[in-house]
Every structure is written in C-alpha cells, then in structure tokens.
Design a protein around this ligand. Sequence first.
Ligand code: NDP
Length: 243
Amino acid sequence: MAQAVKVVAITGASSGIGAATARRLAADGHRLFLGARRTDRLEALTEEIAAAGGSAAFQRLDVTDAADVRAFVSAARERYGRLDVVVNNAGVMPLSPLEALRVDEWDRMIDVNVRGVLNGIAAALPVMRAQGGGHFVNLASVGAYEVSPTAAVYCATKFAVRAISEGLRQESTGNIRVTLVSPGVTESELADSISDPAAREAMQTYRAVALPASAIADAIAYAVSQPAQVDVNEIVVRPAASA
Ligand code: NDP
C-alpha cells in the first residue's frame, strides 16, 4: 500500500543530514518545508527537488529565535494546509575541553541544540493538537548516551534532547508521535564549527569512518512512513566499523 503523503518541516535543511532527509522524503512523495539561515543553499535544494518532480519550499530560519520558529511553522501550515511532521534537526558542535572555557560556544550549543528543539515543539505542538495529530523527529546523537572528552557540553545538549523527547512522548500518548534519531559519525559540515585545534584534530581521525548522510535520512524516512498507530521511539545508527 502506498504511504500517506505528509507535510514535513525540516530545520537545518541547508546541509548534511537535513538536506539528505529533504531529498529522501521528497523522493518518497512528501511535501517539504525547509528552514536554515543559508537561504542560497535552501533555494538550490528546493530547485533540485522540484526538478526531480518533488514538492518543496523554504523560509529563512534561526531556530534560536522563538518568533522565527513560530513564523516558520505557520508558513509551512499556510502553504500546505497542515503540518504532519517536524524534523528538529538543526545543530552545532564546536567541541572543546571544558578547561578551555569557550563559554560563548557552550551558549551557542545550548541555544541551537536545546532551545532550538524546544522552540520547534512550542511552535508546532498547538498546530498538531488542533489538527488531531502530528509527529516530531528530534535529532540527538550517540552523544546522548555517552560522554567523551571535549564533548561534555555537546553531549549535555543531546542528553537534553533525549530527555525532552522522552518526556514529550510520555505526555503525548495517542495522536502525537515522537522519534529520537541518534546518529553516530556521519558525513556533514558539523565538525567545521570546531575552533579548538586539539578537538579539531581528534575529530578528523574519528570522522574517518563516517556514514553517508543518506543513512540517517533512511532512518528518518522509516519512522515517518509508519502507520498512525506505530510510534518509533528511538533509532541509533552507527557506522559498522565504530566501537
Ligand atoms: P551540518 O553542519 O551539515 O548541518 C547542521 C544544520 O543546522 C545546517 O543546515 C545549519 O544551517 C543548521 N543550523 C545551525 N544553526 C542554526 C540555527 N541557529 N538556525 C537554523 N539552522 C541552524 O551537520 P549535520 O547534518 O551533521 O547535523 C544535523 C544534526 O545531526 C545536528 O543536530 C547534529 O548534532 C546531529 N548529529 C550529527 C552527527 C554527525 O556526525 N554528522 C552525529 C550525531 C548527531 P545554517 O548554517 O544554514 O543555518
């Protein structure tokens, strides 16, 4: 049986996992609304999806700004008449040892990775409740399960995303579904934000066995494609070569 066509809003769709997810879900016939700050990237991706016969639109989005996220969600609903799925994917990872006291980078991770997800939930939950249901797909990480050196704050933000997702799931039985997707190392631009030289060098070795972003997009597509009574709660995807 063909799966239902859904309206899916994706934050952080301008690169990496978000862009791969947009391509994959558009190919499955879903209607996409894409957000990020780099609108040139979103415009190119939207055109690529349209040229392949898919349906996509975009709007500039800064997930740290609650009003911006509300406007993004409203625009998605206005464009397509409903909003079935929000993929809270936008994230940053400027790793460094705590001793380095890169407090501005700690704040940025908390603002994007935690407040960004909360802003997405706050904006979309009322819309989903009013229309009788919806689905949140929140991107965490293997760092939501274990802490490693230089990654304390990043892992803390992803532990938080996991806690928020589980809380939302427990409180939303019935018509709101919640899926936590936790990738291991995956090809993307995520490590570009690392300014600490030692953390940057360590990450280059770690990323030698990265998954393609399409592997995470496939996991998200699996959760999105399930029938309404099936709630896929957590998916962890690691490269086969990783410990
Ligand atoms: P990328 O850096 O390629 O993508 C991150 C996306 O987030 C970009 O589209 C960026 O867009 C967007 N973004 C960053 N800040 C903001 C903001 N303030 N407002 C809106 N969008 C923002 O990395 P990934 O694709 O890897 O990251 C996607 C998610 O996957 C993140 O949550 C990350 O933590 C998670 N993850 C990734 C792993 C990996 O190894 N790649 C492993 C585990 C988890 P723009 O700059 O245009 O705004």
